[in-house]
Design a protein around this ligand. Structure first.
Ligand SMILES: Nc1ncnc2c1ncn2[C@@H]1O[C@H](COP(=O)(O)OP(=O)(O)OP(=O)(O)O)[C@@H](O)[C@H]1O
Ligand SMILES: [Mg+2]
Length: 301
């Protein structure tokens, strides 16, 4: 590693524990010369491994669409089919923005699951993108420890960016200097009123106009802030990617046919981006008939 840079790191001597809400993130920025294109960037850091073949596989066009929407709109909702590689793409987009320097001197919040240990798995997965190290466009070699300069189970520092994982609860309130919030599977927050999480999180990006606030999920009924923001004329750019975007790529046709004919699977919701009611609901939505009637006595019910 560049010895000057290492010296600067030592001087700063900034431990993860000492970073509080009020700290200005004066962490040295490492200079990486990385390709601007998302596909080329992924070739540089190492391509995703296809779970079916075990082979490295190129990033697909619909994954580049996710990248483009993130970079252009900043406030984004992705309504997605299961298993199309969305989380992988999101973590790679965050990696891109860290390495090109778009997130330097700022904080990134990855919000996932209801427990800290579930959230931590996202940081592990994020860090694993750098296991192979990289050779940048200047032919300069960086090993893992040159890229991830500090880490613990829930956070890491990369190129002047502090990235931390949070469970989806009110602990997400009050962070400062946040340039990116990414929420994964946010229609599945296990709360009767999940708007508390959204309301705690959203002000964190209030001070930076171009900050990224990205919500990604498979639908889970007509309820919660994911549905409300996707349905409404909200500030978010809406991107919808159903199973057809990845048919023959990450989803094979036979698997999809089997899922379609499985009565225990709500295919339209899991793979078709439709907000149906949950299969665990006592009544199906189309079985409920709305009738207006004046009710004065219990017997009128
Ligand atoms: N372009 C790609 N080529 C090959 N494999 C990929 C590609 N993109 C993602 N993958 C792999 O596909 C698998 C599923 O990815 P991921 O978990 O990101 O999907 P998802 O849409 O978030 O799924 P879920 O519905 O479970 O949240 C992972 O093993 C991931 O590494
Ligand atoms: Mg996912």
């Amino acid at each position: 590693m560049d010895s000057l840079f290492k010296k600067k790191c030592d001087q700063v001597n900034l431990t993860l524990d000492r970073i509080t809400n009020k700290t200005v993130l004066d962490i040295p920025t490492q200079r990486f010369n990385v390709p601007k294109g998302f596909k080329e960037f992924n070739e540089m850091i190492g391509l995703p491994i296809h779970p079916g073949t075990g082979e490295e596989t190129e990033v697909f066009d619909y994954q580049v669409d996710y990248f483009d929407a993130w970079q252009n709109h900043h406030k984004l909702i992705l309504n997605k089919s299961r298993k199309i590689g969305a989380t992988e793409t999101a973590l790679r987009i965050i990696a891109y923005n860290c390495l090109v320097g778009n997130y330097s001197d700022h904080r990134v919040m990855i919000v996932a699951g209801n427990k800290q240990d579930v959230a931590n798995r996202f940081i592990q997965r994020f860090k694993s993108l750098f296991y192979k190290g990289l050779t940048d466009l200047n032919n300069k070699r960086f090993e893992y420890e040159d890229i991830v300069i500090q880490e613990d189970s829930k956070s890491c520092i990369i190129n002047g960016t502090y990235i931390q994982a949070y469970p989806a609860n009110e602990s997400v309130r009050g962070e400062e200097n946040v340039i990116c919030v990414f929420m994964s599977e946010c229609a599945f927050i296990n709360l009767i009123d999940d708007s508390k999480v959204y309301n705690a999180l959203h002000p964190n990006v209030a001070n930076i106009k171009e900050a990224d606030f990205v919500m990604e999920s498979t639908p889970n009924g007509k309820r919660g802030f994911f549905w409300a923001n996707f349905d409404a004329n909200s500030e978010y750019h809406k991107l919808e990617q159903d199973y057809t975007v990845s048919l023959g790529q990450l989803l094979d046709e036979e698997f999809i046919k089997a899922e379609q004919s499985n009565p225990r699977i709500d295919f339209q919701q899991e793979y078709g981006c439709k907000f149906t009611t949950s299969l665990s609901a006592a009544f199906k939505e189309d079985e409920i008939i709305f009738e207006e009637k004046e009710i004065n006595m219990y017997e009128d019910l």
